[in-house]
Ligand binder design. Structure first.
Ligand code: ARG
Ligand code: ZN
Length: 858
């Protein structure tokens, strides 16, 4: 059987819902196999007199239906696979439905499902329709009241949105609880959790003096591991007050951690639900990267309370309105908690790895698309990360103060509403007096703009001319692009530092800037897109000497780091293409010197040791040969490791900081240590494996233990086997840590090893974290093996994804995006990838996956 890709939904088809839902009363009678949901919807007609009442509903068994207490005749309504229609309804009425759902058999993890024997929900985007019949669209906002009953013993804790009300005994070993949410909300923000948890509690006093009860619900025995998440939550609450003047608006704030979750976390009003990977952490079991991710995701979901919940999206095309803005907010929070330049570099690494790749392939779409097939597939790096970059450009162009005024106006004008990108920009037009019509092209045009920089130094007149040109490549469905305003921070550099510093907004296709410099000035170097002010690719034909010089003179930390990246990219390409046999000594020196010069800021120094990933190189030259690129990258890494050998051995000979603290300072020290562990692993030293094994055994924290294990995993031999066996034995009962055990192997595995990992007794197709720890890691971070020219990587992934997709379409589709780069590959891998996609297209896939495959094949 073959699944057709879903029919496209179009932004231009938007029409308001013709009814208002004034009040929603939900009654849940919770049972794993037979949960009953009764919904009383108080509805009032607001549109067309003749409009039928159309409600969404999926995988529901309708038990009864009544209007104002009178059961409807069979002929009065129609039930389909996707909903329920009542042709004729009064102007004001209460609709009562009773449905049966089976949370225990819900493997899609959308709607109400079970994880670890507890009930939980995920409604964004369209999960609520799997709970009850409802207009499941974000522009229908209503007041929700929930009453649930459940078994007392297995479900002592009963949670939903808002504030807790009455609770008590319900007879028959059951009990009940009522939750009331005073804030109107769309259905995608509904949440319900019931089960037995350990609870980590704290309080937060808001700026107006209200005391909020905070609680994080976790698996039994895990409470202490929620301490960092709680600390992050309190800092987020404070930051949003100080930075945006936003106060929390309910008396309680609950977080529930669940092991089976399709994404990172979800911002349900007053009841955030998290993938447990982004809640639980301690020194022994979590890396600094985990601590950092927890901090930023806790912040992200908390910040949604204002940017997403109080003001939500009119329709799903506007997803970036809440996601881009909220990512921008969480990135700035992290920058304030840690180091701003380091944060910026990490954000750009992520943007380039995921968003630039997406923008350059068949899945490219605009930040606000005007059509989509499957809504779940819209939760992309483009919507999130590029969406955040656009807000960053907006802020740079109008300045921090005006930006804040615009945000204040946005909150004031639109609180309680479901709005659009246009509504958002109207606020900034008002406070700045500027017109953002052209700027909004950033939302409409897919593709990463390329900016070409040309310099012309006139020595006799001490003049420098800088010509900037922009061009956005064609993307699927968008052959012709218009220029977008590109804010570029720039500087002229000489031996003394900055000769000049300014921002140019490149509005048109081309602009030439001319600078008259004082007599006797040497040719200055031009620093472009400092701090990565714009999400563009730069094209400059500079000599290696000029590039080396730029790295040496650069005063902007981002650009210094990026200068090293560019040099490394060119070197890897030269080595991969065979135009050079060995790494250039001057270049290796320059990298080593930059690292040595940065040792005072170890987090930054660690980033300087990073070489561009194979996937990033795909954007540089095509067709791309991942196997050759991987070899070339390793060669360069080995040369850098050799150059820094003494430093590496001496740094790793020092003890790790004690006692452990997850904060930025110690994390920076550990980042450098792990960077050096990685270099040691790639050094080719004969004793590398025994040295790594010692480091593995002695490591007092997971950050360094895992770095040593990762290093070992890439080396054949006894030390590797010993460490992997030891790690498995030590952590076999901790699933989050076992995910790491699977990942360190997948990241260096060949197809055969992946098949073995997938056959391991702890590999669980139903658990997204576990599946991702093998399949996503292999397909997205181990590109030379995934894109193996014999097609073995594709075949092993195909087989697992087919199974995963059956149970969980959202997971299946996400994994399949790994194929997005197939067209740029060398001919052998390319034809194997295409054959695999064709096989998938001809088979029975979920709608989500069919959408990805159809677009990938384009
Ligand atoms: N809103 C959630 C967040 O920002 C993510 C929800 C993902 N939902 C989905 N259908 N992909 O963190
Ligand atoms: Zn979000």
């Amino acid at each position: 059987m073959r699944t057709e890709a879903p029919v496209a939904v179009k932004l231009s088809d938007y029409t308001p819902y013709p009814f208002e839902v004034e009040q929603v009363d939900l009654r849940f009678d919770l049972d794993p196999e037979d949960t009953r949901v009764r919904a009383d919807l108080k509805i009032r007609r607001t549109g067309d007199k003749s409009a039928a009442l159309e409600l969404d509903g999926e995988a529901l068994e309708l038990k009864s239906i009544a209007i104002d207490g009178t059961a409807l005749d069979k002929g009065a309504y129609e039930v389909t696979e996707s909903g329920l229609t009542i042709a004729s309804v009064p102007d004001e009425f209460t609709l009562t439905t009773d449905v049966k759902i089976a949370p225990a058999s819900n493997t899609a993890l959308s709607g109400l499902y079970m994880s670890g024997g507890r009930f939980c929900s995920q409604c964004e985007s369209v999960g609520f329709r799997r709970i009850t019949y409802y207009p499941d669209r974000p522009d229908v906002m209503s007041s929700f009241k929930v009453r649930m009953t459940a078994d007392k013993e297995t479900c002592p804790v009963l949670l939903s949105n808002g504030t807790p009300g009455e609770s008590g005994d319900a007879g028959d070993g059951r009990h009940f609880a009522v939750w009331d949410d005073p804030h109107k909300k769309p259905s995608y923000l509904f949440a319900l959790c019931a089960g037995d948890y350990d609870i980590y509690r704290d309080q937060f006093t808001t700026m107006s003096g209200k005391v909020i009860d905070l609680a994080i619900h976790v698996d039994k025995g895990d409470a202490e591991r929620a301490a960092w998440a709680m600390d992050s939550l309190k800092r987020s609450m404070k930051w949003d007050e100080e930075t945006y003047g936003r106060e929390y608006d309910l008396g309680v704030f609950n977080i529930v951690a669940v092991r089976d979750f399709n994404f990172g976390a979800m911002e349900n009003k007053g009841l955030n639900i998290f993938n447990s990977a982004y809640v639980l952490a301690d020194e022994a079991s979590a890396t600094d990267a985990d601590f950092e991710a927890i901090e930023s995701i806790v912040a992200h979901e908390y910040f949604h309370n204002w940017t997403g919940n109080r003001i939500t999206c009119r329709d799903w095309f506007q997803l970036c309105l809440k996601e881009g803005l909220t990512v921008f907010r969480d990135q700035n929070f992290s920058a304030d908690m840690r180091s701003r330049p380091v944060q910026r570099i990490k954000d750009v690494i992520r943007l380039r790895a995921r968003q630039f790749a997406e923008d350059a392939g068949p899945l490219a779409h605009s930040v606000r698309p005007d059509t989509y097939g499957a809504i779940d597939n819209l939760y992309t790096a483009t919507v999130y990360e590029k969406g955040a970059e656009i807000i960053g450009m907006l802020r740079r162009m109008i300045g921090e103060e005006t930006y804040r005024k615009g945000m204040d106006l946005y909150f004031e004008r639109h609180d309680g509403q479901a709005v659009t990108i246009e509504d958002f920009y109207a606020c900034f037009e008002k406070v700045s007096g500027q017109d953002f019509t052209q700027f909004r092209r950033w939302y409409a045009q897919a593709g990463t703009p390329e900016v070409t920089v040309e310099e012309n130094w006139k020595a006799d007149s001490n003049e420098i001319e800088i010509t900037l040109r922009q061009k956005t490549p064609a993307t699927p469905g968008q052959p012709v692009k218009q220029p977008v305003p590109i804010p570029l921070n720039m500087a002229l550099l000489d031996e003394e530092g900055n000769l000049a510093e300014w921002m140019t907004v490149l509005e048109d296709e081309e602009v030439t800037l001319t600078f008259d410099l004082p007599d006797g000035t040497e040719r200055p170097l031009v620093s472009v897109n400092r701090d990565f002010t714009a999400p563009v690719r730069l094209a400059r034909s500079l000599s290696r000497e000029d590039r080396l010089q730029l790295v040496r003179l650069e005063t902007d930390p981002f650009n210094q780091w990026d200068g090293v990246q560019t040099l490394a990219k060119e070197e890897i390409l030269a080595l991969a293409e065979g135009s050079q046999a060995e790494p250039d000594a001057d270049l290796v020196d320059a990298i080593a010197t930059a690292i040595e010069g940065a040792l005072g800021d170890p987090a930054y120094a660690a980033l300087l040791t990073r070489l561009p990933d194979v996937g990033e190189m795909f954007l540089e030259r095509q067709p791309a040969d991942p196997v050759a690129l991987n070899k070339a990258r390793k060669k360069l890494q080995k040369a850098v490791a050799g150059k820094l050998e003494d430093l590496i051995i001496s740094v790793l000979g020092q003890p790790s900081p004690q006692p452990f603290d997850p904060g930025a300072e110690q994390a920076g020290t550990r980042a450098l240590r792990t960077a050096f562990i990685t270099l040691l692993a790639g050094s080719g030293r004969e004793d590398a494996d025994t040295h790594l094994l010692k480091l593995y055994e002695a490591a007092p924290n997971m950050t360094e233990k895992l770095a040593a294990l990762r290093g070992l995993a890439g080396l054949e031999g006894e030390a590797r086997d010993k460490a992997l066996a030891d790690f498995e034995e030590a952590w076999k009962t901790n699933p989050l840590v076992m995910d790491k055990w699977f990942s360190v192997q997948a990241v260096t595995a060949d197809a055969e090893t992946v098949a073995k990992l997938a056959a391991h007794k702890d590999f669980d197709l139903r658990n997204p974290n576990r599946v991702r720890s093998v399949v996503a890691v292999f397909a997205m971070q181990n590109l030379s093996a995934f894109h193996a020219p014999d097609g073995s990587g594709y075949k092993v992934v195909e087989e697992i994804v087919r199974k995963a997709d059956k149970a969980n379409p959202s997971l299946g589709a996400r994994l399949l995006t790994a194929f997005e780069q197939w067209r740029v590959l060398e001919p052998q891998a390319r034809s194997e990838a295409e054959a695999c996609l064709r096989r998938l297209q001809g088979s029975d896939l979920s709608k989500n996956s069919a959408d990805i495959v159809a677009r990938a094949l384009g």
